[in-house]
Design a protein around this ligand. Sequence first.
Ligand SMILES: [Zn+2]
Length: 156
Amino acid sequence: MVNPEHTAQIWSILEQVPDPEIPIINLVELGVIREVEILNDQNDLKITITPTYTGCPAKKLFEDLILEKLHENGYPKVEIISKLNPAWTTEWLSEKTKEKLMKEGISPPTIGDRIVQCPLCKSENTKMVSAFGSTPCQSLYTCNECKEPFNYFKCH
Ligand SMILES: [Zn+2]
């Protein structure tokens, strides 16, 4: 019954939904959207998401953005399920997504936040200036080499 091309089409619609915190990447790249299911011939959808972290203020926003985008594209009935297990981790970001972040001057997350690389000169000689950067999911860092400030996408 399920047409894989149709499912792929829905994924590509979802790729148009930007991350509200870091709009240069979308919710699919962020790893928030886990599953897409077409429930019947009326194109009712079930979307499974894993919010970036429990209590992330963006959770409600993610849902609203997903609904809005699907409604615009002719899918009026969409059910969104939040799946918290396994928990989202920054490891779900693909290498391509990490490169994209680096190009935008945002240092991508590293396991345990141990090595934070400067997105400008690639130095690992950096220090945290503030636990909160331009959004709650980022910290403000400064590079000891090139002296430039940058945002670090925190590991959750
Ligand atoms: Zn630097």
